[in-house]
Design a protein around this ligand. Structure first.
Ligand code: COA
Length: 261
């Protein structure tokens, strides 16, 4: 097993975070969760970052959830600590100032699907399997899964998946809105995600950030407050040099050069 449970690399404004424990189906051990938390802190201080893609090593698993081998040796108190750590160390995926994307390269089960649900967007290789099997193990999703899946696909659909614990293929997951897109098996889901994110990485930084924060706000704000927040975010764009540059570029029939000011 590799020493470091998570790898990070950067490609043109996009961070690629790879859970690197293929021998354990990239399961979330204590060290993996902690490392993801550290990585979140490191990335959050980088203002040049436009997106983060989270994926798993190998071609079998994105993440098979909690590390069940490690879990066997854990006391109840340690499990409680782990639940707190999920929230503390993985929450940045939903709060960062850059968009986060799960590139699901294989099974995403339990905490693995919860991890993907914490991201803003999700794409998967066509052969991937998704599911929340926790109730079959005498527990419930404990890394935000019950809350995030209900908000994403609605209560009745969420209850179907959480109560039955059944596994979904990507056709169904796409139809349910769990996935944004499915990538054919002949393609790399990571490369496909990077291509998908090109307009984000090359777009106007202030507008990209404002759009992300405004849409995310709709999760929690009542409509009138959400409209105020949208206006606030629009104001940031209106005051930017990039907005003036985009108008000039259209008039001059050329591509805009955005500087993030
Ligand atoms: N934690 C720790 N190790 C895991 C794991 C997990 N969540 N899931 C799989 N592994 C390990 C297996 O124990 C096995 O290791 P071993 O050969 O040393 O015993 C290795 O990964 C390969 O798994 P295997 O089951 O042989 O591969 P598979 O391709 O037949 O099936 C899965 C893969 C992921 C579908 C299957 O392992 C599985 O269902 N895992 C449990 C997933 C789960 O219920 N997660 C929710 C936890 S709340």
């Amino acid at each position: 097993m590799s020493e470091e449970p998570v790898r990070v690399e950067r490609r043109a404004g996009i961070a690629i975070v790879t859970i690197d424990r293929p021998e354990r189906m990239n399961a979330l051990s204590w060290a993996t969760v902690r490392r993801l938390g550290e990585i979140g802190q490191e990335l959050s201080s980088d203002r040049t970052l436009r997106a983060c893609v989270l994926t798993g090593a190998g071609d079998k698993a994105f993440c098979a959830g909690a590390d069940l081998k490690e879990r066997q040796g854990m006391s109840r108190a340690q499990v409680r600590e782990m639940l707190t750590a999920y929230r503390a160390d993985l929450g940045w995926l939903a709060r960062s100032e850059f968009v986060t994307v799960a590139a699901i390269n294989g099974v995403a089960l339990g905490g693995g699907l919860e991890l993907a649900l914490t991201c803003d967007l999700r794409c998967a290789v066509a052969s991937a399997t998704l599911g929340l099997p926790e109730t079959g193990l005498g527990i419930i999703p404990g890394a935000g899964g019950t809350q995030r899946i209900a908000r994403l696909i609605g209560e009745a659909r969420a209850l179907d998946l959480v109560l039955t614990g059944r596994r979904l293929d990507t056709t169904e997951a796409l139809a349910l809105g769990l996935l944004n897109r499915v990538v054919p098996e002949t393609e790399s889901v990571l490369e496909s995600a990077l291509l998908w994110l090109k307009p984000v990485a090359e777009g106007a930084p202030i507008a990209q950030r404002a759009a992300l924060l405004a849409v995310r706000a709709a999760r929690t704000l009542p409509l009138e407050q959400g409209l105020d927040y949208e206006r606030e975010q629009y104001e940031r764009c209106l005051e930017s040099e990039d907005r003036d540059e985009a108008l000039r570029a259209i008039a001059e029939k050329r591509k805009p050069k955005f500087v993030g000011k």
